[in-house]
Design a protein around this ligand. Structure first.
Ligand code: MTE
Length: 395
């Protein structure tokens, strides 16, 4: 140190020569020094990579927008790159009385219609699903990475249904169907459509959707679990009752402590997680750290996030980075001076309905410990004296 820092004293090559030309990468790429920040598959989680999931690296992201190339993927039968010139959206009724003028829209038809752009989170209902019984995976990428947040652009479904002459008195449910091999189908109650929140999206973060995320058309159902955000959307049917398709009668149901299954629990309740520092990382030395994370609620806006450094005994209010958006990720930060002793980091979010994110003890008292979906319990990261951070559970 007495000689001074060589990175200051020696002029690096890039300061002494011409840089690279414009448009060398006509579609830009991150720096080669960021090559470890990738979507990752959890080894052994699924039998085939087509019916699988890749997780968003939450530990390396800032703010609330997930870069499109790092948006998590969940496919039931592989992803497809659909030709927009031959893609169609058909809208029909299960009975002619429910919808007077069934129609088929091309992508050109849809992109001429009045559009909206809104920032929303999408979370798979199975996010954090491995942790129901006990800790299972080491990092926030695997505990919480079936979560992304983007600005989506498209046409409100309400506008399309009205264009087709829907009768809201008779048609109380919507069935959405995807064009991939899984024929993904999900029922959505008409109230969610009538309030204007559900839309068919072609845009994501200022560009067309990526193929993995449903190019050229997907459904956006704000606040609702990811499975209802049907990708490669090819058909909407309106009907008078829930459809109980394979994707809602057998899958995406919650096993309750009494042995019965709960159906149609689709709202993602209020939840939060500290993303840095988090499991698998290591604090270098005692001193100041910016502790940062995200909070979200399927029922509206986040109003407050508290952080504990002692496993939930004492709580301090975190700073919320606004403007806070409806049914979107919300970034929070809090200052922390680590004294070099063991610590237990937790965050607890509260939404505009007054709902408070539960502890594992509170969640299991109602839901048991054998479920897969809708685990929104408070996450704990344990910091050891040597700075190593691991995933633990506090009841
Ligand atoms: N839509 C179709 N057509 N096929 C699918 O396999 N997967 C669903 C949903 N929509 C799926 C689909 C599930 S389970 C989730 S969590 C989200 O898409 C994931 O969206 P993403 O891959 O854009 O993250």
């Amino acid at each position: 140190a007495a000689e001074g820092d060589p990175a200051i004293l020696n002029l690096p090559d890039w300061s002494k020569q011409l840089g690279m030309p414009v448009a060398l990468n006509p579609y830009g790429q991150p720096s080669k020094y960021e090559s470890q920040l990738l979507r990752r598959e959890s080894p052994g989680l699924t039998r085939v990579p087509q019916a699988s999931v890749s997780f968003t690296p939450l530990q390396g992201l800032f703010g609330i927008i997930t870069p499109s190339g790092l948006h998590f993927e969940r496919h039931h039968q592989g992803w497809v790159d659909v030709d927009p010139a031959v893609h169609r959206l058909m809208i029909n009724g299960s009975d002619p009385a429910f919808l007077k003028k069934p129609k088929v829209y091309t992508m050109d038809d849809l992109m001429r219609l009045p559009s909206v752009s809104r920032i929303h989170f999408i979370e798979c209902g199975a996010n954090t699903g491995l942790e129901w019984g006990n800790v299972a995976v080491p990092t926030v990428q695997y505990t919480h990475g079936m979560l992304s947040c983007s600005e989506f652009t498209g046409v409100p479904l309400k506008l399309l249904l009205e264009d087709c002459g829907v009768d809201y008195k008779k048609a109380r449910y919507v069935l959405a169907e995807g064009a991939d091999g899984s024929s993904m189908t999900r029922t959505i109650p008409m109230e969610m459509v009538e309030n204007g929140e559900v839309f068919v999206a072609y845009g994501m973060n200022g560009e067309m959707l990526r193929p993995e995320n449903g190019y050229p058309l997907r459904l956006v159902v704000p606040g609702v679990q990811g499975v209802s955000w049907v990708k490669w959307l090819r058909r909407i049917e309106v009907g008078d009752k829930p459809y109980a398709t394979k994707d809602e009668a057998v899958h995406y149901i919650d096993l309750m402590p009494d042995g019965k299954h709960r159906q149609y629990t689709s709202i993602q309740e209020c939840k939060s997680v500290i993303t840095t520092p988090s499991g698998g990382q290591r604090l270098l030395e005692k001193g100041f750290y910016n502790v940062s994370g995200v909070a979200w609620s399927g029922r509206g806006k986040i109003t407050r996030v508290d952080v504990s450094f002692d496993g939930g005994v004492n709580w301090q209010q975190a700073r919320i980075e606004g403007p806070v958006q409806n049914k979107a990720l919300t970034r929070f930060n809090i200052n922390w001076v680590w004294d070099g002793k063991e610590a237990m980091l937790q965050s607890r979010a509260i939404d505009e309905t007054g709902y408070v994110q539960p502890t594992y003890g509170q969640l299991r008292a109602v839901r048991g410990s054998k479920s897969i979906y809708h685990n929104n319990a408070i996450q704990t990261w344990k910091v050891e004296q040597n700075g190593e951070i691991s995933n633990v559970q506090v009841l």
